[in-house]
Design a protein around this ligand. Structure first.
Ligand code: AFP
Length: 327
């Protein structure tokens, strides 16, 4: 049996990284326990305020955010923390060598209905040791990430992590409260017949995305010549986990629903860490044309269209967009 601690000691040759990952995943154990208690822990419902994106926060969003922030502020290796829930990054220890970004509770609309939610995290190097970190220190492309992962609080709690060139998965053993290795080299099939999209936004999409979904719905009777199936968890962490387990395509595409948003998902808290995991598992991740991991952010809360998963299917979507742009 390999625990997370054993794995980190033998695979990550970066003690600071080990320590920060341990801090994040320890908080994950607490969040997991709170979720298991559900209504009994008085964590359901609205906290009565809105986050920086203008969305209502759930009580557990606030709690998870505070738990992660407090724990990371005490970690000597953490120079700063950026959260999806806070306007600005929070400086931590100026001598630290790492910056941590997180979505404390992804899929928060699932909390009150007892469905899967998760915590997503990304770790970047800190370049200005000795000085207080600022928002601008976090504006690094996703290809600079030293580690990324998520905790999925589902029927069991699972950690997916990448610190080397592969993706590993751990399951939280409820008896020992230890993360135990369950998969050492996660790989995604290149082809798939399963896709995830919130189709209620169809009328807001660009023409190539509408064409793509029309083709999938036409199935055997259309140009794709085979039937496709759809799944939508409404928590990216759940959809990405399914893709790491059995392949598939996930997209939250560009839409014109809100003129201020180029898609719903956040580059730094959702798209970048998930793209690193997906690419390292042999999949692909684009904004429909460009590789997500190469986007240099100009704002810590930047949003981005996302198409990720089985690489041949992602390439098919990209091709439709490129052909359309050529016209
Ligand atoms: P919340 O964390 O605000 O609930 O959003 C979750 C999310 O960003 C992502 O995890 C889902 O894939 C997506 O939103 C679901 O969006 P829709 O509610 O529009 O389907």
């Amino acid at each position: 049996m390999t625990t997370l601690a054993n794995y980190l000691n033998t695979h990550a040759n970066h003690p600071a990284l080990n320590d920060v990952i341990t801090t994040v995943t320890d908080v994950g154990k607490t969040i997991s326990q709170l979720l298991r208690k559900g209504a009994l822990a008085d964590i359901l419902g609205e906290a009565g305020n809105q986050n920086v994106q203008g969305e209502d926060q759930k009580k557990l969003d606030v709690l998870a955010n505070d738990l992660l922030l407090d724990a990371l502020a005490k970690n000597a290796h953490c120079a700063g923390v950026a959260s999806e829930e806070l306007d600005d990054a929070t400086p931590a220890n100026p001598d630290g060598s790492l910056l941590v970004l997180f979505d404390p509770l992804d899929g928060s609309s699932n909390i009150d209905i007892n469905m899967a939610v998760g915590t997503i995290f990304s770790i970047l190097p800190y370049q200005r040791q000795g000085q207080n970190s600022e928002n601008s220190d976090f504006l690094q492309a996703g290809n600079q990430q030293l580690a990324a992962g998520y905790l999925l609080y589902g029927t069991s709690t699972v950690l997916a992590l990448t610190i080397t060139d592969n993706v590993v998965m751990f399951s939280l053993d409820p008896d020992t409260n230890e993360y135990v290795l369950i998969e050492e080299n996660v790989q995604i099939d290149a082809d798939t017949s399963e896709y995830a999209i919130n189709a209620s936004n169809y009328r807001y999409w660009r023409a190539p995305m509408q064409q793509y979904i029309d083709e999938l719905i036409a199935g055997k009777t259309g140009v794709r010549g085979r039937d496709f199936n759809t799944r939508w968890v409404a928590a990216m962490v759940g959809d990405v986990h399914r893709i790491l387990c059995r392949g598939g395509l996930f997209t939250y595409p560009f839409d014109t629903k809100d003129a201020n948003k180029a898609g719903k998902l956040r580059l730094m808290y959702e798209a970048n860490p998930m793209s690193l995991l997906i690419e390292r598992a042999g999949g692909a991740a684009t904004d429909a044309v460009n590789r997500i991991l190469d986007i240099v952010p100009n704002d810590i809360h930047q949003r981005v269209p996302v198409v990720l998963g089985s690489r041949n299917e992602v390439a098919y979507v990209k091709d439709l967009h490129v052909k359309h742009a050529d016209k």
